[in-house]
Design a protein. Structure first.
Ligand SMILES: C[S@@+](CC[C@H](N)C(=O)[O-])C[C@H]1O[C@@H](n2cnc3c(N)ncnc32)[C@H](O)[C@@H]1O
Length: 400
């Protein structure tokens, strides 16, 4: 199929609102100036008729407008200079990539997709704000509405679960975790659980999805344990959720499937990660809080990093980056596949980074050991996590 045929075909796919799923136009053809950087088109049901919802982004702003197919000059739009054009219908997708020399690479694929004609495509809520446990733990008011002061925490918990769920599913299907049963439920430990918003939400969410769980919340504060235990009893779930008061660093290692930590303060996150590794957690999800340990050690920056650390604010951010990069690298050396992700948009919390580790048991790569040693050597650091895991690290060749 040549470009002319492909564009004609794509124009027809877009005009047919009974089967169109979406179309995307992006990039710029040489010497051409399309009106925006990207255009997203999808069908939307408005009152009785289906219209084309056209969203244009010029690199700064996004504007959206609805058109009846007859009102939109689709061919003109397709020929206005976009380098990548994709259209998907309910039965196939067709894409055209136009090179700098004006040559087209056309690709057609049969694939089944569903139309979503709803106007509001905001993210599906995972938690129902009126669920009685959210009222009990103080996230929602008695009418089932999220309290204004708890909106951010609710979002953090929900987004945390949004990552927990697929990570769990892929760990189960990859065999990193065995399928939980009533006799051997999935054990989840929430380290530094505080008021246990995440602890209860994880328990209730997975229970509702028929995943047998045993959840443990740990916090240094005895009053948290008392409060959380009382709520668990009232909800009659105290046979599958329990709370302990104590310092994470004093908690003996014990078999655990999933270790989670949401904003455990400073080195409490290192305590949580170290405990998870020593306990052989198959999955670790930790969203760190403040970072002081490494910042305090950043006295003599290796040059030329002094041009960063001479600025207090940048030094602080550099300290955060070094802390979490070192944590991720230590987990990697100890047999975890690790990534770092923003689990929630920054407006809900500036502490929005999550370290996610899935234990694969892969042996430490000597080149990665070298990189780690170079990094901490150059900055002359003694990371809190390395101190806590010194035996495990020395077993893989990290000796400092
Ligand atoms: C910022 S709060 C976060 C609480 C909860 N995870 C949340 O997101 O709502 C940090 C919690 O960690 C607890 N904590 C701090 N250091 C601790 C330690 N070494 N051992 C156990 N808990 C600790 C504090 O008591 C506090 O409840």
């Amino acid at each position: 199929m040549d470009l002319e045929e492909a564009l004609a075909d794509i124009a027809e796919m877009i005009a047919d609102t009974s089967t169109l799923v979406r179309a995307v136009l992006s990039g710029k053809r040489r010497n051409m100036n399309p009106s925006s950087q990207r255009v997203d088109i999808r069908p939307v049901l408005l009152k009785e008729s289906i219209v084309l919802h056209v969203m244009e982004n010029d690199g700064i702003r996004t504007t959206a407008k609805n058109f009846l197919p007859s009102e939109l000059n689709i061919r003109e739009l397709l020929e206005s200079g976009y380098a990548n054009i994709l259209a998907e219908s309910t039965s196939r997708s067709l894409s055209a990539r136009i090179s700098k020399k004006g040559q087209a690479l056309v690709h057609e694929e049969k694939k089944v997709a569903e139309q979503n004609l709803s106007h509001d495509r905001s993210k599906k809520r995972l938690l129902d704000s009126a669920d009685p446990y959210l009222v009990k733990i103080g996230i929602s008011d008695s009418a089932g509405n999220i309290k204004p002061s708890r909106q951010d925490k609710f979002r953090q918990v929900e987004e945390f679960l949004r990552i927990l769920e697929p990570t769990l599913d892929s760990s189960l299907s990859a065999g990193h975790l065995s399928a939980p049963t009533a006799e051997k439920p999935l054990t989840i430990v929430d380290l530094g659980c505080g008021h246990a918003y995440l602890t209860f939400a994880a328990h209730q969410y997975l229970t509702k999805k028929s995943t047998p769980v045993h959840v443990i919340g740990i916090d240094i504060r005895e009053e948290s344990r008392l409060r959380n235990e009382k709520i668990a009893k009232e909800l009659q779930i105290d046979n599958t959720i329990e709370f302990q008061a104590g310092e994470i660093s004093r908690l003996p290692a014990q078999p655990v499937d999933v270790a989670i930590a949401l904003h455990a303060c400073d080195t409490a996150t290192d305590d949580a990660l170290a405990w998870a590794v020593k306990s052989g957690a198959a999955m670790i999800l930790a969203a760190p809080c403040c970072h002081h340990d490494i910042q305090k050690q950043m006295k003599d920056s290796p040059q030329p990093w002094g041009i960063v650390t001479r600025h207090g604010l940048l030094k602080e951010r550099m300290g955060d980056l070094l802390t979490d990069a070192i944590r991720a690298q230590i987990l990697k050396l100890l047999g975890y596949r690790v990534d770092t992700i923003e689990f929630i948009a920054g407006e809900h919390t500036p502490r929005n980074l999550m370290i996610r580790g899935v234990r694969t048991g892969a042996a430490a790569d000597p080149a990665e050991v070298e990189k780690y040693l170079d990094l901490i050597g150059e900055w002359q650091l003694k990371p809190a996590l390395a101190v806590r895991l010194s035996e495990e690290l020395s077993a893989v060749g990290v000796t400092t």
